[in-house]
Ligand binder design. Structure first.
Ligand SMILES: [Zn+2]
Length: 144
């Protein structure tokens, strides 16, 4: 049976489905991706990748800001490479705004930012908060 809870709510998962998985070892690919995305990396991603990531995030931000349909979500890695690692979210129930620095999350850079929605649910609106609304990606904290 596939658990209905998100992977972020690990205590709620049915542990029996995870027993068969081998223990996790850090992979060289994962380490290479992390070091490539790390702040202050020597060379960082190639200029071509930074431009592509910036264009992608710019398009997503513009579509999001204008209320147009979102046909895609940037990955965490694309947001970081684009230099816009701050994700702003809003609780649709209480209008509370929050921000998260994607660089600080222990998530795979290939995960799309919408995969974070369940984890970013409003704590004020517990026990049944609505899913947060993604507001945009920015280079620095947009809200103080
Ligand atoms: Zn709320």
């Amino acid at each position: 049976m596939i658990p209905s809870a998100s992977l972020l709510d690990e205590p709620n998962l049915n542990a029996s489905i995870w027993v068969a998985l081998p223990p996790r070892k850090p992979s060289r690919v994962g380490c290479a991706i992390r070091s490539c995305l790390a702040i202050g990396a020597r060379n960082g991603p190639p200029l071509q990748d930074r431009r592509a990531a910036t264009a992608l995030v710019t398009i997503w931000n513009a579509r999001r800001a204008s209320g147009r349909e979102l046909w895609f979500y940037p990955t965490i890695g694309a947001a970081i490479v684009a230099g816009r690692p701050w994700l702003s979210v809003m609780c649709p129930a209480c209008q509370m705004i929050g921000e998260v620095d994607l660089r600080t999350l222990g998530r795979h850079p290939g995960a799309s930012i919408d995969s974070l929605i369940p984890a970013l649910s409003c704590r004020r609106c517990q026990p049944h908060p609505p899913f947060v609304k993604l507001l945009g990606l920015s280079a620095a904290k947009a809200w103080e």
